[in-house]
Design a protein around this ligand. Structure first.
Ligand SMILES: NC(=O)c1ccc[n+]([C@@H]2O[C@H](COP(=O)([O-])OP(=O)(O)OC[C@H]3O[C@@H](n4cnc5c(N)ncnc54)[C@H](OP(=O)(O)O)[C@@H]3O)[C@@H](O)[C@H]2O)c1
Length: 336
C-alpha cells in the first residue's frame, strides 16, 4: 500500500456551474483508522446532482461541505485495515468515502456489500439511486394499475428506474428526456409507452397531452421549473406529485421562477410531496430484495456511465447538468 493518496478538496463555492477553481487536487497521507474505525480504499464513486447543493453554504438536509474539506461523495470501496470486529480486510463497503483514494470512517457509517453484487449495481439500482426510485414512486407516488405515470429526467439513473417500477405496477408510463436517443432507449429497451424530448419539442404541453391522453395520475418530478409547471396542468383528480429533485435550478444564479400552475393541485385535489430517500433508511432491505428480484427476472435494467480516474471527477460531474451522462454516473478510482 502506498504512503500517500490523492484527494480532491472543495476549494471555492461555485456561482452557477462548478468550474476549474471549484476544486483542488492535493496529495496527502493515508490516515490510520482510529478505535472502532475502518480504512477503506475507494473503488467507485457515485456522482449525484445533490452534490451541487452540498457545495453551497446554505441550510439543507445535510450540512454543506466545508471549504478545504474533501468533496463529499457516496462511493463503494474495499476494507484494507480494520479496528472494528464488524469488518475484515477485503470486505466491500458502501458509504460517504468522498473524493479520495482512502477514507477512515467509523464502522457504523459503512454498509457491507454482499458478495456477488456488482459494484455499479451497488451504487445504482441497489444503492441510493434505487432506494430513491423505489420509495419515491411506490410510497410517495402510490401508482395504481392502469394509471398514467409521467416522469421527468426519465433517462437518468433515478428516472429510468421509476419508469420501470411503474411498468411493473402495470401503469402507462411516459418519460420526458433531453434527446431522441434517450427516448428511443426508454421505449425500445425499458418498455416505456411514450417519450417526449423536452429540448426539441416546440409545444411541450401539447406533446405531453398527446402522450398522456387520459391525463396524469402520478408526476414524478426530477427537474422542477417550466417542465413541472406544464406537468401540473395535466394532473387528474387525486393525482400525486413526488418532488424528488429540481435539477433545472441547481446551478441557477437567480432564484428560478416558481410554477404558475400550482392551483391545479387544489382544483384536482392532488397531492405534491417532497421526500428525501434517507427517510426510508430502515426499509432499504425491502427495496434491495425487490429490486434484486426484478433485475434477476429481467424486469429492471440499468445502464452505467463510468468515467475512469479520480482526477476526472470534477469534469465528469458536469455531465449531470448538460445531460451527457448515459445512465448512473460514476467514477472508477482504481482499475478494479
Ligand atoms: N429526493 C431524494 O432523496 C433524491 C435522491 C437522489 C436523487 N434525487 C434527485 O433525482 C434527480 C435525478 O438524479 P440522478 O442521480 O438520477 O441524475 P441523472 O438523472 O442520472 O442525471 C441528471 C439528468 O438531469 C437532466 N438535466 C440536467 N439539467 C437539466 C435541466 N436544466 N432541465 C431538465 N433536465 C435536466 C439530464 O438529462 P436530460 O438529457 O434528460 O436533460 C441529466 O442526464 C435529481 O434531481 C436529484 O437531485 C433526489
Amino acid at each position: 500500500m502506498a504512503d500517500t493518496q490523492t484527494r480532491i478538496l472543495l476549494a471555492e463555492r461555485p456561482q452557477g456551474l462548478p468550474g476549474e477553481d471549484t476544486f483542488s487536487v492535493v496529495s496527502g497521507p493515508i490516515p490510520l483508522p482510529g478505535p472502532g474505525e475502518v480504512l477503506a480504499r475507494t473503488l467507485l464513486l457515485s456522482l449525484d446532482p445533490a452534490m451541487r447543493g452540498w457545495m453551497d453554504d446554505r441550510p439543507s438536509y445535510v450540512p454543506p461541505v466545508e471549504l478545504g474539506a474533501v468533496m463529499r461523495s457516496l462511493a463503494v470501496g474495499e476494507v484494507v485495515r480494520s479496528e472494528n470486529p464488524a469488518f475484515a480486510p477485503g470486505q466491500r463497503v458502501a458509504g460517504l468515502l468522498g473524493w479520495q483514494e482512502y477514507a477512515a470512517l467509523p464502522a457504523e457509517e459503512l454498509t457491507p456489500i454482499p458478495d456477488g453484487v456488482d459494484l455499479p449495481l451497488a451504487l445504482g439500482p441497489l444503492g441510493m439511486t434505487g432506494m430513491t426510485a423505489y420509495f419515491g414512486l411506490l410510497e410517495v407516488g402510490r401508482p395504481r394499475t392502469g394509471e398514467t405515470v409521467l416522469v421527468s429526467g426519465a433517462a437518468g439513473a433515478v428516472g429510468s428506474l421509476v419508469g420501470q417500477l411503474a411498468k411493473i405496477r402495470d401503469c402507462r408510463v411516459v418519460g420526458i428526456a433531453g434527446s431522441d436517443e434517450k427516448g428511443r432507449w426508454l421505449i425500445d429497451e425499458l418498455g416505456f409507452d411514450a417519450a417526449v424530448n423536452y429540448k426539441t419539442t416546440e409545444n411541450l404541453h401539447a406533446a405531453l397531452r398527446a402522450a398522456c391522453p387520459d391525463g396524469v395520475d402520478v408526476y414524478f418530478d426530477n427537474v422542477g421549473g417550466e417542465t413541472l409547471d406544464i406537468a401540473l396542468r395535466l394532473l387528474n383528480r387525486g393525482a400525486r406529485v413526488p418532488i424528488c429533485g429540481a435539477i433545472s435550478g441547481y446551478n441557477a444564479t437567480e432564484p428560478p421562477p416558481g410554477p404558475a400552475s400550482y392551483l391545479s393541485l387544489l382544483v384536482n385535489r392532488a397531492r405534491m410531496e417532497g421526500f428525501i430517500v434517507l427517510d426510508y433508511a430502515d426499509r432499504y432491505g425491502e427495496a434491495v430484495e425487490a429490486i434484486s428480484r426484478w433485475i434477476a427476472e429481467g424486469k429492471i435494467q440499468a445502464r452505467f456511465d463510468i468515467v475512469q480516474g479520480l482526477e476526472n471527477a470534477p469534469a465528469a460531474l458536469l455531465k449531470l447538468f448538460d445531460g451527457s451522462n448515459r445512465g448512473k454516473l460514476m467514477v472508477r478510482v482504481t482499475e478494479r
